[in-house]
Design a binder for this molecule. Structure first.
Ligand SMILES: [Zn+2]
Length: 334
């Protein structure tokens, strides 16, 4: 189903993932631009073709594909546009190309990281399982790497804004004259974006701190004159300013609850994860570990908690002061 938002066409594409449908956008400028593609499934391709046709386009008419980020629900169908240039962050490219070296780095990174969280080895099967969604991800490099402040060629009213956090190399497109942002998964109406833990840009670099990156991106957007955000999932964000403040406030509250748990008992990140998400951590281990680590990274950055000891390869966190807040199972972001 195609919905027009001002002069931008929003197409809605099914995904096989729990997140549900994904939105992709068509910008009719000097060049025909598609922002994101949907996942690499037949259903998604059929939906994309028929919705392009409903606005008078065939896939061959698309001159360029901009990727907000390299996740499978957004970047699956890039091989279906062989004549179009793929535009995106250089940082996301290794996820799209997935050469042997990247796969090796990926596995070593998660083994080290999960060990530091105190995840028992019996759960390490997760590292293989994390690669399953990659089957719905496209396999093709970036033709034109863009970064902060770049003007989109062929759609010159749109400027690239770097909004990392939900993924490394996440970008958004901003149109200054009416304050419209095409935001990928940067800001969603119904759910907070998960600060997914991903390997660093190149091996040997320190682990990215996605929650801190994400908060910086939120604050960054707070300083911009946004009128609306066209998101990757769910309803258009028509009051971005309120939602940005709400997301920052809620995250702080969640972190303070984590601090309370740590104040009660020195813990590994995995122990905290089990307490935060007792009924879902087994099913959604990747998401819940990322969410937990995000709160821990945030608390460490504030000096509220610190690493007080080690248990084997795992870090044990302790709080610097005591606090009391009500106990609730936390929601997981997507
Ligand atoms: Zn998404």
């Amino acid at each position: 189903m195609t919905v027009w938002y001002r002069d931008i066409a929003q197409l809605t594409i099914p995904t096989p993932f729990a997140v549900g449908d994904v939105h992709v956008y068509v910008i009719k400028g000097e060049r025909m631009t598609l922002v994101d593609t949907g996942p690499k499934t037949n259903e998604a391709w059929e939906a994309l073709e028929s919705q392009l046709s409903a606005i008078g386009l065939v896939p061959e008419r698309i001159d360029q594909v901009v990727l907000t980020h390299h996740h499978p629900d957004h970047a699956g169908l890039i091989e279906r546009f062989p004549h179009a240039a793929v535009i995106g962050s250089k940082e996301g490219e290794r996820f799209l190309v997935r050469d042997d070296e990247f796969i090796k780095d990926h596995d070593v990174f998660y083994k080290t990281f999960f060990s530091s969280m105190g995840l028992p080895e019996s759960y390490f099967v997760l590292i293989e399982k994390m690669k399953e969604p990659l089957q719905a991800l496209g396999n093709r490099g970036i033709d034109q790497a863009v970064s902060e402040g770049d003007i989109l060629q062929g759609a010159s009213k749109w400027k690239v804004i770097e909004t990392p956090g939900h993924s490394q190399g996440h970008i958004s497109l901003f149109r200054e004259n009416d304050g419209l942002l095409i935001g990928g998964d940067m800001l969603l109406s119904n759910v907070s974006s998960n600060p997914l833990i991903e390997p660093p840009f190149s091996s040997g670099e320190p682990r990215p701190l996605p929650q801190l990156q994400y908060n910086e991106s939120l604050k960054r957007l707070q300083d911009m004159p946004l009128s609306a955000v066209l998101p990757g999932h769910g309803p258009v964000v028509s009051d971005p300013s309120n939602l940005l403040s709400h997301r920052l406030k809620k995250q702080h509250e969640r972190a303070m609850y984590v601090k309370q748990l740590i104040a009660q008992k020195e813990s590994t990140a995995f122990e905290i994860c089990m307490q935060l998400f007792p009924s879902v951590y087994r099913k959604q281990l990747g998401l819940t570990l990322s969410e937990t680590m995000g709160q821990i990274d945030y608390l460490v950055s504030l000096g509220e908690i610190e690493i007080v000891d080690r248990r084997g390869d795992a870090f044990l966190y302790g709080a610097l002061t005591n606090i009391k807040e009500p106990v609730n199972e936390q929601e997981i972001g997507r």
